[in-house]
Design a protein. Structure first.
Length: 183
């Protein structure tokens, strides 16, 4: 592979220390129970949906929280590192490329990430105690909202095209779901 750095991959489980040693080649590296997941850059549709949601969220965000978009890793332990598309966290400048505490994780679901975002990531975020997880499906035109209740996610809402979700967690905000609004 000319022009690309080689990353020595050794057998066994990966840790967040291995991620720290990974080359920055535009890939998104995620770690689930010691298993490395790799995805690449997102589409324009994905970016438009993310930008639209980011603008809606930032406008309503209280001072004690911060709304950011990736690539910023969520690392609750040394065997899990995932990169939400959008995240809400306490407003603290950690100075690192990763955080341990989230109030909300959001994934923009597209065909290439559908199984990971809809099946795997809810389990991971629930297990890590993230209070809310949203899935913005740009192909179907829905926003699915999961919130932690008694340590388990419950579905609070599924909002379709043209609808509005009035969130309370992690903070009060009205989120419009509209492909014509930018995605």
């Amino acid at each position: 592979m000319q022009g690309r750095s080689m990353w020595p991959i050794r057998p066994g489980e990966f840790t967040t220390a291995d991620l720290d040693a990974a080359p920055d080649e535009g890939a998104r590296y995620e770690l689930v129970d010691g298993v490395l997941l790799l995805t690449y850059m997102s589409s324009a549709t994905h970016q438009r949906a993310l930008s639209n949601l980011l603008m809606q969220m930032v406008a309503a965000c209280p001072d004690h929280l911060e709304v950011l978009h990736g690539p910023l890793e969520f690392r609750p332990n040394s065997r899990l590192a995932v990169v939400p598309d959008l995240l809400v966290l306490p407003a603290e400048d950690t100075g690192t490329r990763w955080v341990e505490d989230l109030a909300l994780a959001v994934e923009v679901v597209v065909s290439t990430t559908r199984t990971v975002d809809r099946v795997l990531k809810p389990v991971l975020y629930e297990r890590a105690g993230v209070p809310a997880y949203w899935m913005l499906d740009v192909e179907v035109g829905t926003l699915t909202v999961l919130e932690l209740e008694g340590g388990r996610y419950v579905e609070r809402a599924v909002v379709g095209e043209g609808g509005v979700f009035e969130a309370e967690v992690p903070f009060p905000v009205r989120v419009g779901v509209s492909r014509s609004g930018g995605w």
